[in-house]
Structures are given as structure tokens and as C-alpha cells.
Design a protein around this ligand. Structure first.
Ligand code: F6R
Length: 586
């Protein structure tokens, strides 16, 4: 959702900002741009498209200060003109977020004679700041943000001043302390390898980043400190490491994500137990894949802990009048911990007196600051826009949470050996032929019951996200209530079937698809289904899926299927069109 970076110091800002933008590109890839202080002037470079388009423009340049931006378009289509940075008078800035009152501000500035080149809300910030600027960049930024409604992370420079001024509200800004220079950025993984220590601006904070140090101010411009913390993002996590795509690299890291999450849960167990004491109802909230993990969490809590549980998309939850009280735990699931709807859902739950538990892969994210306690997901940096290892990490964390609620021994919980099984599926599941069928179909339906249905929803999201093939996930029992009308010889129906007790039900559903001339596929560990449909349906045979833990195995298989399908269509699964990794705006 737009990535921004700034640097001031003794190294070459041009190289640092360019490298940073390459690593931030997963946050948006509609356009890229940068501005550098060169001989007392601010020089701007920007292009529609991928960051690498900036490379020839930056060749041979040197500067000690710079800001950069990679864009996921919200206001104004992807174009050179709409690319950041935006300049007005002496001010040049980059922005991540959405300014909700930009039309009113624009009209006011136009009355005063301002002329706008772009269709963006961000150019309005630059114009406003330029009106307030009279030699003091921090003062101008302060006056400007007081007029803004919406969300923003802003980094601004003023011609002739050797400093970056930053401000944030609802969009993240991390300050980095490097060797020979200071950084500001949208997230800490981009600073891995550059900064051993980071600190996080709070909502309403400002910062001045200079070649010789950083000063942080609160919302009233009182100088303050924000705790320096170790940068936990591991150097090297942003590299492909010999894989063709991040999606493949990351789905193969699922076993480690599961293992590390289980270990971290054991360490945090006492705190989590404390936060859950007296809780008698659980509501899972999240968006996209994280919501799908929440659906699995709901089944775990009901089945294992026998406690009432619900799962809802955070975007729906935040706009209703939820029934919660001090005995309700709202479990907010989010890889990034920065998704706007999930944060607002968590804030609402907290304001209504519920306990808020964050299940997140981002230990320093905003969500962790809202939550009463954190259930860590230890998947490591996830660069591919499509979530893979964070989903399996979330499932492992939610399984442990359900065991804890049930008062069962959370240590291990039957998970030992499971990472090995996931690894074997990631390495060995032969999804190639099925991926070809999907790639050339006119629609793919994923069907399942219970946990398999929850994974079917995620399978469908993953496939449509990276391959653009229309797809739906359905409860298998619903097939005959409407979806069957869509089945013909150009559609593929993929059954996810791991619940042995439902073998006969699955048989019926698969027969129904075959008898209507549809292409049927079954992802299963059930021998009887393999025997019954050999030669009539496409079978992906899995190793034993172990009941409640089946989603960890089936998820890996469907992620691999989506990946292979995208690749066979010549698409880049890491950067699906129109999408960005963390959705920090509404
Ligand atoms: C899909 C995907 C998205 C995210 C969703 C929530 O592959 O990645 O659906 O799951 O945008 O993001 P987080 O988990 O960061 O809150």
C-alpha cells in the first residue's frame, strides 16, 4: 500500500533509496519515484511502472539525502504525473495513505492560485505545506497535518534544507539507526542489513532525520524519545535465494513458520493464558487470507475448547454494532498488523470492553500496540503479495490458542513431525497437470466441508489472486443448491477432502460433478476416494493429514497449485495486478 523510504547521512542516498524501493516494491508497483538533494537543489525522478525503470535515470548520481516512493494507486491512475514525489514551491514529498478531505483542500488552494499537475490527494499535501513554509520545514509540516483528515505517512524535504521531516497518522513510519546515516521507512524489513536498531513513530508523531542524527517530536511538537529496539527482520530475508519467485520460496518456508510459531507460543503461553482468563466467547476478525485463518480458528475453538466462537471479516465487524463484553476475546489476525480494517475492528472491540488478542507476524506493528496480548506468528518477512507461510503460521498459532483454551497441553499438541509433512507436500505434491487444467479452464470451484471448506475459500482466493482465473470456494453440500448450474466441461471442481467420516458425502458430490460433464479433482489423504475415482477424477494424494491439523497440509498443496497455475500462464505470482501487500487504507 505504497512504500516510502528516506535517508540522510554520509553514504550515497541514491543507492540506498533505490535499493530500498526495490525491497519495498511489494507494497505497490504502479509507479516509483525519488528526490535527492544535489548542489542545494531538490532533483526529482519518477516513472510509471516498476522501480527498475528509475535505474537508468539514477546512474552515476550521488547525494547525501533522499526520499523515495513506490505507489499503489488510490487517487489518480498509474502514470508518470501521478507518481510521487510531488513538488510545490520549495517542498517535495512522498506520502502513503489517503487524505479524505483532499477535494475541499484542493478547492481552497486553487482559489488561492495553486495549480495542480496530478490527480492525487498527495499533491494537495505538498501544496498546503508550501503555503505554510517559511524556512522551517517541521513547522510547515505540523500546520499542514493539522488540516488533514485520513491517514498518512509523509516524508518531506525543502530545497536548501539538509533534513527530512516525517509525520505519521495511521500509516507506519519506522526510524532506522545505521552506520553513518539515519533512515525512515514504511517497515523494518526494508532496513534489515542497513540498520541494527529501529524505533517506531506513534500516531501523531513527527521526526527530523538529518545526516548527524534523528529528533522525534510528539503531536504537540514536544521533543520526545521512542524506544530503540533491535531490528528483528533478518538480513537476507528479502533475497530470492535461488528461487524463481518469492511465492515458491515462501510457501516452502511454511514448515519453519509452523515450527517457530509453536516455539514462540510456548514462550508467550503464560501471558496469553492470563489475557484469556474468564473469556467465554471468541470472535476472530481479519481480512482476506487472515480472515480465512480466523475461520479455521473458529472451528478449532468450538471443536477443541467447546467454546462459542465466530469469525467475521474485519471490514464488516468494524461497521456494525457488535455484541461484545469483558468476557469476549476479539482475536485480530493479521500478517502485517497494519491492515486498516483490522486495526479499526480491534480498536472498536477494545472501546466496547472486549479483550483484544493480536495474532500477527509483525511484532512491532500497530496491532500489537492496540492489543492486550500478542500471539506471535513467526513466519519471517513475507514479500510475495499473496500470503503463504504467514497463513500456515497463523493456523499453527490458532491451533495452540484453542489447545490453551481447552486447558490441554499446548506443548507440541500433536504438531511434531507436521513441519516435515508440509515440507514433503511443498517439495513433492504433483500439481502440475491439475494446474494446466485450471490454467485453461473458464472457472475453478473449490469445495470442502468443515476445515476443508475453510481451506477451499483460501484456495480460491489464492488462485484468483495470482492467476486471474475466476474461482469460488463453496461448502461441498451447497453444490446442488445452485453452483451445479455452472458445471460444464470447461470448469474444474477441486474437492478438498480430508475428513474420513465424510467419505460417502464426498463421493456423492464428486459423482454429481462428473455426471454433469465437469472436470473433477480431489486433494485428499483418503485411500478410498483415490480408489473410487481413479481414472475418472484428477487425484492429488496427500500424506496423512491428521484431523485438526489437516489445513497445514492442504494449504501447502493449494498454494502450490495456485503458484504453478500462475507460472504456467506466464504471470508473475509475486506481484499480481492491482494488488499490494498490506492494505493500510480503506
Ligand atoms: C491474500 C492476502 C490478503 C491479506 C489481507 C490481510 O493472499 O495476502 O488477502 O491476507 O490483505 O492482510 P494482513 O494479514 O496483513 O492483515
Amino acid at each position: 500500500m505504497c512504500g516510502i523510504i528516506g535517508y540522510a547521512g554520509e553514504k550515497n542516498a541514491v543507492e540506498i533509496v533505490y535499493r530500498g524501493l526495490i525491497n519495498l516494491e511489494y507494497r505497490g508497483y504502479d509507479s516509483a519515484g525519488a528526490a535527492f538533494g544535489i548542489n542545494g537543489r531538490t532533483v526529482v525522478f519518477k516513472r510509471q511502472g516498476r522501480v527498475e525503470k528509475l535505474k537508468p535515470l539514477l546512474e552515476g548520481l550521488a547525494s547525501g539525502i533522499g526520499i523515495g516512493h513506490t505507489r499503489w494507486a488510490t487517487h489518480g491512475s498509474p502514470s508518470d504525473i501521478n507518481a510521487h514525489p510531488h513538488t510545490s514551491g520549495k517542498i517535495t514529498l512522498v506520502h502513503n495513505g489517503i487524505i479524505e478531505n483532499y477535494s475541499e483542500l484542493k478547492a481552497e488552494l486553487e482559489k488561492g492560485g495553486a495549480v495542480f499537475k496530478s490527480q492525487t490527494d498527495s499533491e494537495v499535501i505538498a501544496a498546503l505545506m508550501s503555503v505554510y513554509y517559511c524556512g522551517d520545514i517541521l513547522g510547515a509540516l505540523y500546520k499542514t497535518v493539522k488540516r488533514l483528515k485520513g491517514s498518512y505517512a509523509i516524508m518531506a524535504v525543502a530545497e536548501g534544507e539538509n533534513v527530512i521531516a516525517a509525520a505519521r497518522h495511521k500509516s507506519p513510519v519506522v526510524i532506522g539507526y545505521g552506520n553513518g546515516g539515519y533512515y525512515c521507512a514504511s517497515d523494518e524489513p526494508v532496513l534489515s542489513g542497513e540498520c541494527g536498531e529501529v524505533s517506531f513513530l506513534k500516531d501523531g508523531d513527527f521526526a527530523l532525520i538529518k545526516p548527524d542524527g534523528v529528533r522525534i517530536f510528539d503531536g504537540e511538537l514536544r521533543e520526545t524519545e521512542r524506544k530503540k529496539q533491535k531490528n528483528l527482520a533478518q538480513a537476507g530475508s528479502l533475497e530470492l535465494g535461488g528461487f524463481a519467485h518469492y511465492m515458491l520460496k515462501e510457501l516452502r518456508q511454511s514448515p519453519a513458520a509452523v515450527k517457530n510459531t509453536v516455539t514462540a507460543f510456548a514462550e508467550a503461553e503464560d501471558k496469553i493464558r492470563g489475557a484469556l482468563s474468564g473469556v467465554n466467547r471468541i470472535i476472530f476478525i481479519g481480512c482476506g487470507t487472515a480472515y480465512h485463518a480466523g475461520l479455521i480458528g473458529k472451528i478449532y475453538v468450538e471443536d477443541i475448547a467447546r467454546m462459542p466462537a465466530e469469525a467475521e471479516t474485519a471490514g464488516e465487524f468494524r461497521y456494525k454494532n457488535p455484541i461484545v463484553n469483558k468476557n469476549t476475546a476479539v482475536v485480530a489476525v493479521s500478517q502485517s498488523g497494519e491492515t486498516a480494517d483490522t486495526l479499526e475492528g480491534a480498536r472498536l472491540a477494545k472501546s466496547l470492553g472486549a479483550r483484544v488478542i493480536a495474532v500477527t507476524n509483525a511484532p512491532y506493528s500497530q496491532l500489537t500496540r492496540i492489543a492486550d496480548t500478542v500471539v506471535p506468528v513467526c513466519a519471517g518477512a513475507e514479500i510475495c503479495v499473496a500470503a503463504t507461510k504467514s497463513y500456515t503460521g497463523q493456523i499453527a498459532a490458532l491451533y495452540m490458542l484453542a489447545l490453551l483454551l481447552a486447558g490441554k497441553n499446548a506443548e507440541g499438541g500433536g504438531l511434531s513431525g507436521l513441519p516435515e509433512i508440509c515440507k514433503n507436500v511443498a517439495d513433492g505434491a504433483d500439481v502440475y497437470a491439475l494446474s494446466r487444467l485450471c490454467a485453461f479452464s473458464k472457472g475453478v470451484y473449490f469445495l470442502g466441508r468443515g476445515l476443508d471448506y475453510a481451506v477451499a475459500l483460501e484456495a480460491s482466493l489464492k488462485l484468483k489472486e495470482v492467476s486471474y482465473i475466476p474461482s469460488e470456494g463453496y461448502p461441498a453440500g451447497e453444490l446442488k443448491h445452485g453452483t451445479l448450474a455452472l458445471i460444464d466441461n470447461a470448469t474444474v471442481s477441486v474437492f478438498i477432502a480430508t475428513d474420513k467420516s465424510l467419505t460417502d458425502k464426498y463421493k456423492n458430490s464428486v459423482e454429481q460433478v462428473i455426471s454433469r460433464g465437469g472436470i473433477a479433482a480431489i486433494i485428499t489423504d483418503i485411500d478410498e476416494l483415490e480408489t473410487a475415482f481413479k481414472g475418472r477424477a484428477h487425484i492429488i494424494k496427500l500424506p496423512c493429514c491428521r484431523g485438526h491439523l489437516s489445513p497445514l497440509v492442504t494449504a501447502t498443496a493449494v498454494q502450490l497449485l495456485a503458484y504453478e497455475t500462475a507460472v504456467s500462464l506466464g504471470l508473475n505470482p509475486d506481484k499480481p495486478r492491482n494488488l499490494a501487500k498490506s492494505v493500510t487504507v480503506e
